[in-house]
Structures are given as C-alpha cells and as structure tokens.
Ligand binder design. Structure first.
Ligand code: PHE
Ligand code: ZN
Length: 879
C-alpha cells in the first residue's frame, strides 16, 4: 500500500542502468504459510553507463528481508538502506555476488502480482513490476539476465513444478518434498520470469519447426479442465507455423508450456517458454465456449506466442516503449486471425472496438500517446491506445511501405536488435532503413495523443470532368498537449460510378490506366486531390479498410450510404455505410417518441441484406448488427443515454416487426445440421441465426419464443445455447427467462468459465441487470471478490454494457460503482483502477449526469490509503 504521494515518472529522465545482472540463481521453498526465496545475483558495473553511482539500487515491494550477503559477507541492518520500495546497498565493488533471502505470503496475495495462489496452485505474474514482489532486483526491462530456478514443494500437493526454459535436474527431498531445477538459456528481463507449482494435468503435443526441430508442447490444467485444451493446442500449432511462414520466425526453446489459472488480472502473459493464461482466455469446448470465445482464444494464444520474438527476443528498453511489443504483437495477431478467418470481419471487429473504446479513451482525461511521456503507475498504461492504436500505427507503416518492404523491415528489426531492449524509435528506424522511406513525420503517431479528425468536402465540375476532394485534418487537444502538428495519414479510397462500378482514380489529365483504389498520403493540415476524366459525379468510398485510426466527417446523404451498402467493392466500407445509415436514422429519432416513423430506406436496406444469400454471410451477420449504445454515446456531444437507448430500441423493434417473415426465413435457412465446426462460414450462420432470433424475441414473437426454447434445449454447442438464452433474457417472456437462467446455472454451475458468462449475460441486460438485481448477483455463492473474472462479469458488465441502468437519473449506478471501487482498492488495486474508468468520462455528459459522476469520483479520491493505481486515474480525471 502507498505510504506517500505517488511520484510521476518521466521518459526524459531515462538513464541506462548503472549495474547489470549477468546471472540470477533462484531457489523457491514453497510452503502453505509462505514462501522463502533465495536469490543469488551476479552483478557488474554496466560498461555502457557513464554513471559514477557507487550504490546499488534494487526494487522491492511488500517483501520481508531475511538476510543479505555481499560476496559471502553478511550485511547488518546498518550496512544498507531499506526504505519504501528501494533497497540501497552502498559502495559496492565493480563486480560482486549478492545473495538475498526474502519471505513472502503468496496465500495472502490478493493483488495477483508477484507470487500468489490461485485455486490451490502457486503461480506468478511479473509484468510489469511484479518481480520486485518476489525478491530485490533491478526490476526494469533493460536489465537482462540468465535465470536458473530451483522450485521446492510438497510432492503430493504440488507434483508439477515449472519455470522458464528447460528442466535440467529433479529429485526428492526430505519430508515428502521434491524439487525441479529449470534453466533458461536466453537472457531476459525480470518481467518475463514465471513459476508454477500445482497438482496439474499435463496435455502433450508436438510441433516440428521449419528447420526440423521437434518442440514439446505442454499444457497444464486442473484435472476438471482436461477436456478443454484441444483448441488452444491447435491454435498454438497454427500460430507457430504462421509465424514461420509470414515472418520467418522460428521457436527457440525445446519446450513450450501453457498454464491456465482462474485468478488472473489480465488475459494472458508471455513469460519465456511458460505462458500463463487466464482460464477464460484458453480453455474451451464446444459445450462450454461460444464461437466468439473460440476466436478470442485462438488470437490470444497466438498473441502470447508471437511475443516470443516481438517482446522477448527483442524487448522494451523501458515501460514508455510498451507499445513496441504490444502494438506490434497485436498487429501480428490480427494478421494471423485475418488469415485464419474472414479478413473483412476481423477488420470490422477491430475498427469497431477502436472507434468505440479507444477513441473514447483518446477523448478522455487519461488520453496519452502510443509512446507516453509520463506515468505514475505503469499498470494503468496497458490501454487500448498502447495495444490497439499501437497496432494501427504498425499497420499504417505496412500500408505505406507495402508488404515486401514491411517484411524486410521486420527482418532487419529482429536481426539488428535480437537480445536487446529497444525503443519504438528503433523499430521505426529499421523500417526506414530497410525501405528507404522517410518516416520522420510519421513518428508523430507515437508522440501525439488524440484522434485526428478529417473533414472532407468535395465538388464536381461537369465541364472539365474533374472531381475534387478537399481534406483537412485537426487533432484535438489532450491533457498536456495542444497545437498539434499534422500527421502522416495513409488514406485509402475509391470512387464509384452510378451503376456501382469502381472508377479509375486518374490524378493527372494524361495518366493512363489509373488504379481503381489508391492510398493518398495526407501530410498537411489541408490538402486537395483532383480526379480527372469523370463523366458524372462519383460516390466516394472513403478511408477504405479503415486505413488509419481517424474520424471522418463527410456530408453523406442517406442515398449515398444505401448505395455504398450494396455496391462498394470494399466490404469494410459496405459495413461502415450501413452503420452510418443506421446511426443517422437512430439519431433523428432521439426524443421523437415511440410512434415516430423509421426511415423506410433503412428497412428496405436490411430486407435486402436478409434476402440476399449470395452475399458473404459473415459480412451480412456483421451488417445486421445495429451500432451499439456505447458507440452512439461516444459519437454524441452531450449524450442522453436513456433517449439514445429508446431511439435504438425503436429502430430495433420496427425492423423486427417489419421484417418478421424475412427474419424467420433467415433463421431457418441458417439452421445447420451436422457436426459443430468453427469455420468462418458456420460461425457466420450461427451468428445470423442468433441475431434473427434475438430481434424476433425483442418484439415478443410467440413462434420465435418456441424456437428459442427448443434451440436452448437441443443445442449441442454453447453458441446456440447462449444465443437462445440471450434472446430470452432480452425478451419480456419473464417466466421463460427465469426458468432458462435457472436451468443454465444448474447445468453449468461446476464450470467457472460458464458461470462467468451466466453472470455477464444478466448484468449486461436491462431486464435482468437493475441495480438491486446486480446486488443480488453479488450475493450469489458463485460470486467471488477475489476473482477478477467474477468482478468483470458482474460489475464490469453492468457499468460497461448495461448503460441505461448504469446512467440511471438518480445517480445510483455511479454511487454503486464508486463503492465497489473503494472496496476493491485494498485487495486488488489494478482491477479497481480499471473498474473506475466509466466514471472518468464525466465531462462528456450533461450536468444532470456529469455532476453525479464527478461526485462519485470525488468519493473515491477521499478514500484513505488509496492505491497508486486508483489515485492516478481519479486525480487525472478530476484535474
Ligand atoms: N503482456 C501481456 C500481453 O499483452 C499482458 C499483461 C500485462 C499480462 C500485464 C499481465 C500483466 O499479452
Ligand atoms: Zn501482449
């Protein structure tokens, strides 16, 4: 816990470490009442540092120091300074051995950082600064050492003992104890250290690398999860092959291990050779996991695996460079997912998330650049900006360089920096050096926060046949940053003729055979482009594939949007046109009451989508989804949540009523027979069918009700069972809703991953997630304050998805959240700081809401002993 005012850490203060550690020898004695850690460090003055620092400074957090020896000589308390989170050993020689013994209480560690226990097993989480909760160490990513780790524990209770690298020795000890020693040949930063000890089942597989080496793949799970590993192992093998083929990257150790733990703050962790996963991000079976979960697992398994190169072999110099590994690795995993499934759908999902949540972050009080300049608590910077915008930035480099040069750049980056801790600037320089392109202005994407806004206007001169696009860019002010410079933006576009045909984009009057899609490069505050040789005014298809993470303002007419929806050759923009049309219609209905007519054009467009079986059904499934409330709120200036909700509901029920027969036909047409498979085609069909069902139940269609009950009862997979449950939860068939929820719990109560889904489907819905119902869910025996997944699935789903309830006029939702944050702050500050985030947007809302949100935040800020994590978020939001 914090003892003084949190300090701000600045990038500009970075200094190379005065000392380096060549080797770390660790010995863990694990007991029920605690753990003793013996650490032996080989320390040496860093030849690359010009520091004359005489003292060795080590980080330590919540540790009990038992003893410390320098070159065999025991230091007394007066020989060192152990205050706050530092241990300072004065006047050390240029090279020495430091032996430190610490005592920890993993069984009482509720922060889930460092060494802790989860369902009876020991496990670790060291990124970003968890290693300092295990032993004293220069806990920074630019100190890379070789690790040797001996784990000792009771043999019956903890038969499996794991750490990074290869197991080199094992044996029995006295008192029924045993040990295993692990050696990792690759130097690594402390944040990649991991240890696991438990009574776990081992699942084995293998992979032959491109150079013919056989890698042992091992997955460790609790016995009850033995049947939920196949998908992760298959995903892993696909990812290993893909990284060889697409990036030329081969795995480097002989063993690759995956462990599933139930209590985990994040999704998963790329520890060298020993990835640790949140159970919900790795375990799946047809009966217990939805298609979405299958896809999420595939991408997370790949993400962690890809880190072995982008993150582990080449790591970050300091935590300001976090996006170096995260942005690049998210980019790699999204390329992989696109290659495994439908590229258009993947792009839609990524763009939708970015526009809904990252744009909101960029417009809020915690806005920060992809490479931040300062932080108080680094854990607060594992954000959508670092991950998703960072991914977009890498994607734009690829767009600017082209595939071939991008691959040359990544080869150069890995070759040049293998074994080093580097910066985002090193990454960009490798791309420049390999391609010969100048990315000086492009670097602003790393330095400037905020979402660029493009204002686009056009005109057509019939007499000359010239169509002109004028594009201006501005970047809004963000905390600490004003008067931003124009950025280098790759802007993909096409033009469509009246019959829907793609037109050549002829930039000069004499150009022949111009391409039908171009990537324009925007570099100035205002630019215009002329397209020649056109007979009539074209319809522009702007920012195709979402070629840059920007907002676009263009005065589309509903006719143009309808036209693009059915004619654009770019699938992404077809979807986008549909979203824009629906948004326009929903907005025009806000505050118009329940009888205001819904534009028949929208109904006709959806009817067309439902009827046309020749369209890519995966795309149709996406296009049928109305823009979310969260996105509508994000787009609004002073959003009125209840009115937005009502307008959207009005459109939904109109569509459902008007398209009833089409929805029924769609439902039946997409009923699959045969074995369950997770292919893009069958995923799309299940998604379409479940959307149709949900819409029909939304208007209390009795025939649909029978379909839902039958689908629920007969389902052989979780996607269909959950689809039916969700549809019933969204309906007014109260008895069926309650009965089905009960049945679902009875069936799956032994499976935490399913119980989490059961919690969140209720918490996210207006019909089952009122505040009193939420409080009741928190009294449920399956709810657990110590388990982050349970907190996310109840409190997180309520505040993040059940928006009309969270934004109740009386402020009860806000007060509730602030109470939960205060309660959680003592036990798990990381999760508390994430949970508070919906309140931080108080300035966006009209005072009726904003003032109450602010008051709820102030309440949190007054809590005594507030963690550094929550302190930073709350204080920046109130500033
Ligand atoms: N580095 C992990 C990832 O991106 C995320 C993580 C961060 C996990 C911090 C735990 C703690 O895959
Ligand atoms: Zn990552």
């Amino acid at each position: 816990m914090r003892t003084s005012q949190p300090q701000t850490i600045y990038l500009k203060d970075y200094k190379v470490p005065a000392f380096v550690v060549d080797h770390v020898d660790l010995r863990f004695e694990l007991f029920e009442d605690g753990a003793r850690v013996h650490s032996l460090l080989n320390v040496r003055r860093n030849p690359e540092s010009d520091s004359t620092e005489k003292n060795l400074e080590l980080d330590g957090d919540s540790l009990t120091l038992e003893s410390i020896q320098l070159d065999g000589r025991t230091l007394d308390e007066g020989d060192y300074d152990n205050r706050g989170e530092k241990l300072i050993v004065p006047a050390v020689p240029d090279q020495f051995e430091l032996a430190v013994v610490t005592w920890l209480e993993p069984q009482n560690n509720t922060r889930l950082e460092g060494l802790y226990k989860s369902s009876g097993m020991f496990c670790t989480q060291c990124e970003a600064q968890g290693f300092r909760c295990i032993t004293y160490f220069p806990d920074r990513p630019d100190v890379m050492a070789r690790f040797r780790t001996r784990v000792e524990a009771d043999k019956a209770a903890y038969p499996v003992l794991l750490s990074n690298g290869n197991d080199v020795e094992k044996g029995d000890l006295e008192n029924g104890r045993h040990y295993v020693t692990w050696e990792d040949p690759f130097p690594k930063p402390s944040y990649l250290f991991a240890l696991v000890a438990g009574d776990l089942v081992e699942k084995r597989d293998s992979f032959r690398t491109m150079s013919g080496r056989d890698i042992d793949l091992r997955m460790y799970i609790e016995p009850r999860n033995a049947e939920k590993c196949d998908h992760a192992l298959d995903s892993l093998k696909r990812a290993m092959r893909w990284d060889e083929e697409v990036y030329g990257r081969e795995y480097d150790l002989d063993i690759f291990m995956i462990v599933a733990v139930d209590d985990f703050n994040m999704g998963a962790m790329e520890n060298k050779g020993l990835n640790i996963f949140n159970s919900s991000c790795v375990l799946a079976s047809q009966e217990t996991a939805t298609d979405m979960a299958f896809q999420r697992i595939e991408s997370i398994v790949a993400h962690e695996y890809f880190h072995n190169w982008s993150g582990n072999r080449v790591t970050c110099r300091d935590w300001f460079q976090l996006s170096l590994k995260e942005g690049f690795t998210v980019f790699r995993d999204s390329q992989f997912s696109s290659d495994m499934g439908s590229p258009t759908v993947k792009r839609i999902e990524d763009a939708a998330m970015l526009r809904t949540a990252q744009f909101a972050e960029d417009a809020g009080p915690m806005a920060h650049p992809v490479r931040p300049e300062s932080y108080m608590e680094i854990t607060n910077f594992y954000t959508l900006t670092i991950y998703e915008k960072g991914c977009e930035v890498v994607g734009m480099i690829r767009t600017l360089l082209g595939d071939e040069m991008f691959r040359k750049g990544s080869d150069l980056y890995f070759e040049r920096h293998d074994g080093q801790a580097v910066t985002t600037d090193d990454f960009v320089r490798a791309m420049e050096d390999a391609s010969g392109r100048d990315l000086t202005q492009f670097r602003l994407w790393y330095e400037q926060a905020g979402t660029p806004e493009l204002t686009i206007r056009d005109d057509f001169d019939q007499s000359s046949g010239v169509y002109r696009l004028s594009i201006s860019q501005t970047i809004p002010d963000t905390p600490g940053q004003t008067n931003k410079k124009p950025q280098h933006i790759p802007f993909a576009l096409g033009l469509l003729g009246a019959g829907g045909e793609p037109l050549p984009l002829t930039l000069t009057a004499d150009e022949q055979d111009a391409p039908k899609e171009r990537v324009l490069e925007l570099t100035e505050a205002e630019q215009s482009f002329e397209f020649h040789g056109l007979d009539e005014r074209p319809v522009p298809s702007l920012l195709r594939h979402f070629s840059a993470p920007v907002r676009v303002d263009y005065p589309w007419t509903r006719e143009q949007l309808t036209f693009l929806m059915s004619n654009d050759v770019d699938g992404f923009n077809r979807w986008d046109a549909g979203q824009r049309l629906a948004i326009d219609v929903i907005r025009s209905l806000i505050g118009q009451g329940d009888s205001a007519p819904v534009d028949p054009g929208l109904i006709a467009a959806y009817r067309g989508l439902l009827a046309d079986d020749s369209l890519d059904q995966a795309l149709v499934a996406k296009m049928l989804q109305l823009p979310t409330e969260a996105y509508l709120i994000e787009l609004a200036e002073k959003p009125e949540v209840q009115a937005i909700h009502q307008a959207r509901e009005r459109v939904l029920s109109t569509l459902a009523n008007e398209l009833r027969d089409d929805l029924m036909a769609c439902y039946h047409r997409n009923t699959l027979s045969g074995v369950y498979e997770v292919t893009p085609e069958s995923v799309a069909r299940r998604s379409l069918r479940n959307t149709a069902l949900a819409w029909l139940l939304h208007v209390n269609d009795d025939e649909a009700r029978s379909l839902a009950l039958a689908q629920y009862a007969d389902a052989d997979n979780m996607t269909d069972r959950m689809g039916a449950l969700r549809a019933l939860v969204g309906s007014d068939f109260e008895e069926d809703r309650e009965a089905t929820l009960d049945d679902f719990y009875q069936r799956f109560q032994k499976d935490p991953q399913v119980v989490e889904q059961w919690f969140s489907v209720q918490a996210a819905s207006g019909r089952t997630g009122s505040l009193p119902q939420i409080q009741q869910l928190m009294q449920h025996p399956a709810f657990d304050w110590k388990n982050p997944n349970k907190i996310r699935s109840v409190i997180g789903a309520f505040a993040g998805q059940n928006l009309p309830a969270f934004h109740a006029e009386d402020g009860s939702g806000y007060r509730f959240l602030s109470e939960q944050v205060c309660r959680l702050d003592d036990s798990n500050p990381q999760i508390a700081a994430r949970l508070v985030s919906p309140l931080t947007r108080w300035r966006k809302f009209a005072p009726v809401h904003g003032d109450q949100m602010k008051a709820a935040l102030e309440k949190v800020s007054q809590k005594s002993g507030l963690s550094r994590d929550v302190y930073e978020v709350v204080h920046k939001s109130l500033a």
